[in-house]
Design a protein around this ligand. Structure first.
Ligand code: NI
Length: 176
């Protein structure tokens, strides 16, 4: 297993529509393991392929005691509304409230390529939706009002000016 490089806001792959995975083979399984390891190193609750520079429909989530690999994930139904604070490993230090459906039903393939269906609510539902958005090139700041988004993103870009858009994920990075 290895730690993957993290892409930050401004890297074009974060705005790329990811492609379906045709077969969950050994390469995909290794990639899933690397995503989990990288998410854990960064102390995240989710990580999508786009965030590590790979435009394929694979993401992982770990929150509320549920650790999920999602290949070709689809939300088949969504209900309710809830507002909650979100952040993103690709936009470090930026947090904002986002309103999303509160209960969802997810269908995806697992690490073995078997199809599963999962009902989720609360933070787990939020994390799953956030990660699937990544696969469609959508970031959580896209849900903010244009004014708020501009304010926060402009400030973020100023604070992170001159930094690399691709940064290695490692124990040192995760602590800093
Ligand atoms: Ni994110």
């Amino acid at each position: 297993m290895s730690l993957l490089d993290l892409h930050l806001l401004g890297s074009p792959v974060l705005r790329t529509q990811s492609e379906e995975v045709e077969e969950v083979d050994e390469e995909v399984r290794t990639f899933i393991d690397d995503l989990f390891e990288s998410m854990d190193a960064a102390k995240g609750i989710g990580l999508a392929a786009n965030q590590v520079g790979v435009a394929r429909r694979v993401a992982v989530v770990d929150t509320q005691g549920t650790r999920l690999a999602m290949v070709n994930p689809v939300i088949v139904s969504a209900e309710g509304k809830s507002k909650g604070e979100e952040g993103c490993l690709s936009i470090p230090d930026l947090y904002a409230d986002v309103t999303r459906p509160d209960r969802i039903v997810l269908e995806a393939l697992d690490r073995e390529g078997a199809k599963y269906r999962l009902e989720a609510e609360g933070l787990l539902a939020r994390a799953i939706q956030h990660e699937i958005d990544h696969l469609d090139g959508i970031l959580f700041v896209d849900y903010l009002s244009p004014l708020k988004r501009k304010l926060l993103v402009t400030r973020w870009k100023k604070d992170h000016r001159g930094e690399d858009l691709i940064k290695p994920l490692g124990p040192v990075t995760a602590r800093s």
